[in-house]
Design a protein around this ligand. Sequence first.
Ligand code: ZN
Length: 317
Amino acid sequence: MIAALDIGGTKIAGALVDQHGALVHRARRATPAREPADALLDSVYEVVSTLAAGPLWARVRSVGIGSAGPVDLARGTVSPVNIPAWRNFPLVESVRRHPALGHRQVTLAGDAVAMTAAEHRHGAARGHGSALCLVVSTGVGAGLVLNGSVHHGLTGNAGHLGHISVDFEGDPCPCGARGCLEAIASGPAITRHALALGWQAPATADAAGVAAAARAGDPAALAAFDRATRALAAGIAATAALTEIDIAVVGGGVAQSGAVFFDPLARHLRCYAAMPFLKELRAVPAELGPDAGLVGAAVLASAGAPPVGAVLAEGAR
Ligand SMILES: [Zn+2]
């Protein structure tokens, strides 16, 4: 049994996860994202305390954390974009100090990398030696499986597809680059683009509303999904050309849109993944839903910490 935490800008979720990826005991708090660092940690502690209060806690071997990024695996720190009080926050060390932890090991991964581990072990990427897994929601996150293993990279941020440029003369991105995939393909970007093209939003304008309008044939909504999926296809095809992945697993709120999302994505993939060796490449929906972060944090914890610290200790960086 592994205790898993999934820390994002809106919620801190926890669960005990068995070896089949089943969640057997859950806890959850809203993330006080605008509060000071200590108040945020208190909420994390409350989730851990709730998990530790149950009878199964004695069977917990280790703790896995998936956190909004960027993360720094070597230092055990996180700097989530949407949690301003945490910059280089020592999350691993802080969780380790929780009184219920004892000598249990704590491992950390970025949330999209955790989702990738979950889809590779238990979901749509099962059986694939190499895969790209994406979360398309308020942002665009992604992780890579290469040669059968989740690829963390030196600091744990490998697979950061949301911040590769798919439009080299595009708008400046908060990350400092230009024309980033996230700025074109995220849910808010789809909504903005649809509104700019004249989509008449209902009470709340969001990507689910754009998807409903696209299903009804609204040309502005269809164009917004076309542009977003075209950008995603360019990013996925580039990844495939570099790594020979044959599958891209797409989860997150925007991917819930179904055919209005996956049909144009498949069409654009055929355009950008043009080389003969990419002809098997396809994009499919994620299978695990919103619990993927917890399941993946447990998968990674059960595999032990990635060897990032050892690499850094040898002076490779
Ligand atoms: Zn960017």
